[in-house]
Design a binder for this molecule. Structure first.
Ligand code: BTN
Length: 328
């Protein structure tokens, strides 16, 4: 096994040269190690299933990957994202934060090139293949114990949509999906950790299908899931992370001071994939068609059921919204 720091150093160098073929001689010189060592490092990087091609002479990183240096260089936040942990592989970045909760400060960010047991909402799985997806979890430790943290999913969705704007026109499928061309490219999982009745932390987990290729999407999911690379173009995950943190921090700090949800909920309204259409509202016991009217100031989706004409906000996020033919 080569040291993790040497791997990270090689990955950072390759990232600075993404999609260009670089000679092994050049890489070894840039990383201050022997050609033989560089070849061993590249072998391990390939065994980690990272997106590289290499032979005896040259190596190519096929798409930009997560890099701490790159994020730090672009970061303009005051408090959020100043402590970053980048893992090669982890079961779930949300669970990693839970396991290290006492040693991590407010604003800590945990990223992983790969998740082996990524989790979605309602106990679903979330797939995060190495080097082609973005898995990040942000820890918040608010001093206000009564913070209405359920709204943070909408805040994160708004920040994410804005951070993707340079690459694509993303939409939000309430409560936690982000779509491009009506296909899911991202999901958000917000979790709160308590010790007894004490709120210890809130974890905002975000998965983005950044650079997956068509063949990486399992056949049964091809109708509903995609990636930014497939729908728009290859993306640099570090730009998405740094922009996301900046937008999120602005929304979060302003909301803490005045409780006004309008700045971020207006973004959710503008980018809603649902408002103005009719969909099925499903939970574990029922499936009813409704027209989707609006998003209220608490972030609840307001719907009118077609069978009873009753208009109501969906308070719980335990609903799934579905189109006639499936996802949307
Ligand atoms: C969903 O679509 O239901 C939510 C998916 C959330 C996935 C992200 S990836 C980073 C973080 N770690 C996890 O295990 N899940 C979230």
């Amino acid at each position: 096994m080569v040291p993790q720091t040497l791997k990270a150093h090689h990955l950072d160098y390759l990232n600075s040269q993404t999609t260009h073929s670089v000679s092994i001689v050049e890489v070894s010189a840039a990383c201050a190690c022997s050609e033989e060592m560089t070849k061993n490092v590249l072998k391990e990087i390939a065994e980690d299933k990272m997106p590289i091609h290499f032979d005896d002479q040259t190596v190519t990183l096929l798409n930009p990957i997560l890099s701490k240096v790159s994020i730090v260089n672009q970061l303009k936040t005051e408090r959020i994202g100043h402590h970053i942990t980048l893992l090669q592989s982890v079961d779930s970045t949300n669970d990693y934060i839970k396991e290290h909760l006492s040693s991590l400060n407010h604003g800590s960010l945990v990223l992983a090139h790969e998740q082996t047991v990524g989790k979605g909402r309602l106990g679903r799985q979330w797939s995060s293949p190495a080097g082609k997806t973005l898995s990040m979890s942000l820890l918040l430790k608010p001093s206000n114990q009564k913070l209405r943290y359920s709204i943070l999913t909408q805040m994160a969705a708004a920040a994410l949509v804005r951070s993707l704007a340079a690459n694509s026109d993303a939409q939000i499928k309430w409560p936690n999906d982000v779509l491009v061309n009506k296909k899911k490219i991202s999901g958000i999982l917000t979790e709160a950790e308590y010790s007894g009745s004490q709120l210890e932390g809130i974890i905002i987990g975000i998965g983005v299908n950044t650079n997956l290729d068509k063949e990486d999407i399992p056949e049964p999911l091809k109708e509903k899931a995609s990636s930014l690379k497939i729908e728009a173009d290859t993306v640099d995950p570090n730009k998405i992370v740094s922009r996301f943190l900046e937008f999120f921090e602005t929304y979060y700090e302003s909301w803490l001071s005045d409780q006004d949800t309008k700045p971020f909920l207006d973004v959710c309204r503008k980018h809603s994939a649902l408002i103005g259409h009719r969909y099925w509202i499903e939970d574990t016991v029922s499936r009813r068609k409704a027209s989707i009217d609006s998003l209220d100031d608490d972030g609840a989706l307001v719907v009118t059921y077609l069978d009873t004409s009753e208009t109501t906000p969906l308070i719980s996020t335990h609903y799934s919204i579905r189109g006639d033919d499936g996802y949307i």
